[in-house]
Design a protein around this ligand. Structure first.
Ligand SMILES: [Fe+2]
Length: 201
C-alpha cells in the first residue's frame, strides 16, 4: 500500500510540472482498483482545479462588467448589470471562504472559457454600438456567461456533496441561486424589450 501511495504522490507532483495537454496518466484506467482515499484525493484535486477555474471566471467578470454596464442603453439593463457586479464580488469572496474552510488556497489559473465569452461579448458590443439591438446583444452575451457559471457551480456542488463538504455546499448553493436569479432577470428584460419593440412597430 505504501508503494501505491508513493507512486501516486510522485505521479501527482509530476502532473503539476507537466503542460496540461500531456497530463494523462495510467492511473485513470485503474480507478476501480484504487483505494477509496486515493479516489477521494483525485476528486478533491479536480474540485480544487474547478474552484480555481470558477474563481478566475468571477475575477474576469469583475473586470468586464463595468464596461458592459457603461455600454447598456436602457437604465434597467445597466442597473441589472451593476447589481450583478456587486454580487460577483461577493461570489469571488465566497469562493475564497470555500477554500479557506478546506484549509486550501486557490490556485492561480485562467479560465479560458470565460476569457472567450468575455471577448465575444466585447466584440458583439463593439459591432452593435449605436444599434437599437445593442441591449439585446448585451443580454445574449450575459446569459451565455450566466449559463457557464450555472453549469460550473452545479458541478462544484455535486463534487462537494460527494466529498462530504456540507458547509461548502451551502455557500456554493447560495451563489448558484443568485446566478439563476440573474439569468431569469435577463430573460425578463429581453422579453420586455421584445414587447416594447413589437408595440413600437
Ligand atoms: Fe458569479
Amino acid at each position: 500500500m505504501a508503494w501505491g501511495r508513493q507512486a501516486y504522490d510522485c505521479d501527482r507532483k509530476q502532473n503539476h510540472l507537466m503542460p496540461k495537454k500531456t497530463q494523462s496518466t495510467g492511473k485513470r484506467f485503474n480507478t476501480g482498483e484504487e483505494p477509496e482515499d486515493n479516489r477521494n484525493n483525485d476528486l478533491q484535486e479536480l474540485f480544487l482545479d474547478e474552484l480555481a477555474d470558477v474563481y478566475s471566471a468571477e475575477q474576469q467578470l469583475i473586470k468586464a462588467l463595468p464596461k458592459v454596464a457603461k455600454n447598456a442603453d436602457s437604465d434597467e439593463l445597466r442597473e441589472a448589470v451593476e447589481e450583478h457586479l456587486e454580487q460577483t464580488k461577493e461570489h469571488a469572496k465566497r469562493l475564497e471562504e470555500v477554500a479557506r474552510g478546506l484549509d486550501q488556497s486557490i490556485k492561480r489559473k485562467t479560465c479560458a472559457a470565460m476569457k472567450g465569452l468575455v471577448e465575444e461579448a466585447n466584440e458583439v458590443m463593439r459591432e452593435q454600438k449605436g444599434s437599437s439591438a445593442l441591449d439585446a446583444a448585451i443580454i445574449a452575451g450575459a446569459q451565455k456567461i450566466e449559463h457557464y457559471e450555472i453549469a460550473s457551480y452545479g458541478t462544484l456542488i455535486a463534487w462537494a456533496n460527494q466529498l462530504g463538504y456540507s458547509e461548502q455546499v451551502e455557500e456554493l448553493q447560495q451563489t448558484l441561486e443568485e446566478e439563476k436569479e440573474t439569468d431569469e432577470k435577463l430573460t425578463s428584460l429581453a422579453e420586455e424589450m421584445a414587447n416594447q419593440r413589437a408595440q413600437a412597430e
